[in-house]
Design a protein around this ligand. Structure first.
Ligand code: ATP
Ligand code: MG
Length: 351
C-alpha cells in the first residue's frame, strides 16, 4: 500500500492540497493518505511548527505532498517557532538534498511572463538545486571586529561527496531531457566553486552521453533573462539555485503554475508548489491550484514510479490552460474549485 503524507499547512495550503488530492483520486485511486499538522496550523494546535507526530508521519510515508507554511499572526515568534522553520526541519531530517524546479511556459500564458512573448515561449528548463549545504548550513555568527565594528559571517562550504551526489542528480535529470547539463558556479572567485567544478567534471566521465558546460552565476543570471531557451538542465549550489530558480519562475509566468520536488537518496520526496501561503488571498477560493496539482504529478513520476499518471496530469493542466481557463493570478476570474473542475473534466475527456 502506498501512503502519502498530506501536509497542507497554512493560508492557501489546504485549498490547493485538497485540489491536488481530487486530481490524484482520478489518476491513482489506490493511493492512501494521512494528514499531518505543519507550520502555523501545527503551532496553533500543538505549540510547535513541526510536531514529532508530523515528522514521524513524513518518515513513514512513501512521499509527502506539502502545501505551504507561513502565517503573519506568528511573525513575532522567536525564529525556531516560526511556521517557516517546519519546511527547513523536514528538508534536514529527511536529507532532501536535491531540489528540482522545472520552469516552462504553458501555451497561452505568454502575457504572464516578464519576458517578451517570443522569448518566453522558449523556456523549458529544470534547475537542480543543492538543498542542504552552502551558506545556509555553514558556520554562522555575529560578533565584533578588533576595532569594535559589528560583524556577521556565513561560511560557504561543500565537500566532494555533497557536490558529487547533486551532480549525479543533474546528469540523471539531463538524461531524461535533452542531455544538456549546465553547471553554474563562481569558480573565478570562490574556492567552493573550484571544488564544485572539479567534482562535476569528474562525475561527467560517467555520463559521456550528456553534454556538460559551465557558466559563472552572474552570466547565468543575465543569460536567463536574455534567452532562457538556451538552457535545458541547470545544476547549481543552494544559494545560486535559490536566486536563479526564483528568477526563472518569473520568466515562466505565474507563481501559481510552478511545482517543485525535494528528493533524497531513496527518492523519497517532498513535493510542493514554489509559492507560499499567500495570506492575502487565503480562504477566498481564489488560489491557482495548478502548481500543487503539477507537484502531485512530479510525485507520481519521481517517488511513486508512475510516469503515465504524471503525464496524464501534466497534459490535462496544459490543455485546460490552453483552453483559456484562468484564475485571478493569470488574469481571469475562475475560482480554485472551478479551475480544479476544469482539470478534472479535461482528464475525463482524455480518458
Ligand atoms: P513565502 O515566503 O512562503 O515564499 P511569499 O512571501 O514569497 O511567501 P507567496 O505566499 O508566495 O509570498 O505570495 C506572493 C504573492 O503571490 C501573493 O500576492 C499571493 O497572493 C500570490 N500567490 C501565491 N501563490 C498563489 C496561487 N497559488 N494563486 C494565486 N496567487 C498566488
Ligand atoms: Mg517566497
Amino acid at each position: 500500500m502506498t501512503m502519502i503524507a498530506l501536509l497542507a499547512g497554512d493560508g492557501i495550503g489546504p485549498e490547493v492540497v485538497a485540489a491536488a488530492r481530487r486530481v490524484l483520486d482520478v489518476v491513482a485511486p489506490d493511493l492512501t493518505y494521512e494528514e499531518g499538522l505543519v507550520g502555523g496550523a501545527a503551532y496553533r494546535a500543538q505549540g510547535h511548527p513541526l510536531p514529532p507526530e508530523t515528522l514521524d508521519l513524513a518518515h513513514r510515508a512513501d512521499a509527502i505532498l506539502f502545501g505551504a507554511v507561513g502565517d503573519p499572526a506568528f511573525d513575532a515568534l522567536e525564529r525556531a517557532m516560526r511556521p517557516e522553520q517546519a519546511i527547513l526541519g523536514l528538508r534536514k531530517s529527511l536529507k532532501l538534498f536535491a531540489n528540482l524546479r522545472p520552469a516552462r511556459l504553458f501555451q497561452g500564458l505568454e502575457d504572464a511572463s516578464a519576458l517578451k512573448p517570443e522569448i518566453a515561449r522558449r523556456i523549458d528548463l529544470v534547475i537542480v538545486r543543492e538543498l542542504v549545504g552552502d551558506v545556509y548550513f555553514g558556520d554562522k555568527g555575529r560578533g565584533f571586529t578588533s576595532t569594535g565594528l559589528r560583524e556577521g559571517h556565513d561560511l560557504m562550504r561543500y565537500d566532494e561527496v555533497e557536490v558529487a551526489r547533486i551532480a549525479r542528480v543533474g546528469f540523471e535529470t539531463a538524461r531524461t531531457r535533452q542531455r544538456r547539463l549546465l553547471s553554474v558556479d563562481k569558480a573565478n572567485v570562490l574556492e567552493t566553486s573550484q571544488l564544485w567544478r572539479d567534482v562535476v567534471n569528474e562525475v561527467a566521465r560517467d555520463y559521456p552521453d550528456v553534454a556538460l558546460s559551465h557558466m559563472y552565476v552572474d552570466n547565468a543570471a543575465m543569460q536567463l533573462v536574455r534567452d532562457p531557451g538556451q538552457f535545458d538542465t541547470i545544476v547549481t549550489g543552494n544559494l545560486f539555485g535559490d536566486i536563479l530558480s526564483d528568477q526563472a519562475s518569473m520568466c515562466a509566468g505565474s507563481i501559481g503554475m510552478l511545482p517543485s520536488a525535494a528528493l533524497n537518496h531513496e527518492s523519497k520526496g517532498l513535493y510542493e508548489p514554489i509559492h507560499g501561503s499567500a495570506p492575502d488571498i487565503a480562504g477566498q477560493g481564489k488560489a491557482n491550484p495548478c502548481a500543487t496539482i503539477l507537484s502531485a504529478a512530479m510525485m507520481l513520476r519521481h517517488s511513486l514510479d508512475r510516469p503515465d499518471a504524471a503525464d496524464r496530469i501534466e497534459a490535462a493542466v496544459a490543455a485546460t490552460i490552453a483552453g483559456g481557463a484562468r484564475t485571478a493570478d493569470l488574469g481571469g476570474n475562475l475560482s480554485t474549485d472551478a479551475m480544479t473542475q476544469g482539470v478534472l473534466a479535461t482528464l475525463e475527456t482524455a480518458a
